[in-house]
Design a protein around this ligand. Structure first.
Ligand code: NAG
Length: 130
């Protein structure tokens, strides 16, 4: 019962985040609330290391939305900075966050790593042809 309620909450947050991000795609990367809400759809995995996110799950739907937000150099840098904040300011598990896109089959165009310099990610993006 608790688990069902939890999943419902996660799903609701994910849907809210998607709706919000569509109407605020341009500024979303500047204010980290959207990125935070999206990653929070994966909070179970980030906190406990399980279950593995699978494509189609609320967590992966959120990662796809995150990927859509990172649609330009500026937005990619903004998303990157927000993810770094989550890792450094909130001590989120960087390893777990870094593996999220891979589990979900999403490529953000940069590596999530505490040492990633968000100001340079366009160079990686160009290498990947994005
Ligand atoms: C971080 O997440 C990884 C992958 O899920 C896990 O193996 C590791 O134990 C976690 N570390 C901490 C400090 O929670």
């Amino acid at each position: 019962m608790i688990r069902i309620r939890y999943l419902t909450t996660v799903f609701a947050i994910g849907v809210a985040a998607i709706l919000f991000s569509r109407s605020a795609a341009v500024s979303a990367a500047d204010d980290c609330s959207t990125v935070t809400a999206l990653v929070s759809a994966c909070s179970s995995f980030v906190t406990y290391g399980s279950p593995d996110p699978i494509p189609g799950s609320p967590c992966c739907v959120a990662m796809t939305t995150l990927n859509n937000l990172a649609d330009s150099g500026d937005n990619r840098r903004g998303v990157c900075r927000c993810l770094m904040d989550l890792i450094t300011v909130y001590s989120s598990n960087a390893t777990a966050i870094a593996t999220l896109p891979g589990f979900c089959g999403v490529s953000l165009g940069f590596t999530i790593d505490p040492n990633t310099d968000c100001e340079y990610i366009d160079q990686y993006a160009r290498l990947e042809g994005r």
